[in-house]
Design a protein around this ligand. Structure first.
Ligand SMILES: [Zn+2]
Length: 175
């Protein structure tokens, strides 16, 4: 998994460097937000727009390999400060808390950015790190499915039976 979502999601605002330091993503198949890296939770709570001029609302930050992975505007936080998380763990639920309008996109989404610190202005290229294409309106799926079960294929055998002058054939299936 290299995106915060399981299944398909939509890119509703692109990465524009300082002008918009992350991607805005909307889950299509699921609203659960997953850890995109294994690391430590260094922030899990509310961020007021007036304090930091970011308005991430309820947000979570994971510190992993020296990079800070930010997940903003959540409706629910499922982790605690200091907790160690593994990649793919559910850390929260997509929402529209914080400053999501009028300049930002309206409605529920996740602001996903990667920085070299907690502070704004220290952004890294989230698209090259995550592999998510920087395409406005694009729908992307990294293929991750949590409940993935391997399809068990039944063994079959083609059989032909001769009885008197008649031939019968069919598939014999393992029970
Ligand atoms: Zn955003």
């Amino acid at each position: 998994m290299n995106s915060p979502y399981e299944g398909k999601f939509k890119i509703t605002q692109t990465f524009k460097g300082a002008a918009h330091d992350g991607l805005d993503l909307v889950g299509i198949d699921s609203k659960e937000i997953h850890a995109t890296a294994s690391g430590k939770i260094v922030f899990a709570g509310w961020e007021n727009a007036n304090n930091h001029n970011q308005g991430f609302g309820q947000y979570v930050v994971i510190l992993a390999n020296g990079k800070y992975y930010h997940f903003g505007h959540l409706s629910e936080i499922r982790v605690k400060l200091g907790q160690e998380v593994k990649i793919t763990d559910v850390i929260g639920i997509e929402g529209h808390t914080g400053y999501t309008e009028p300049s930002g996109p309206q409605g529920s989404h996740c602001h996903y950015c990667v920085r070299t610190s907690m502070s704004p202005g220290t952004f890294l290229d989230v698209c090259s790190i995550s592999g998510i294409p920087n395409i406005y309106g694009g729908i992307y799926d990294d293929g991750y499915r949590s409940g993935q079960k391997k399809e068990e294929k039944k063994k079959t055998m083609k059989v032909t039976v001769e009885y008197d002058d008649h031939k019968f054939s069919g598939l014999l299936e393992e029970i």
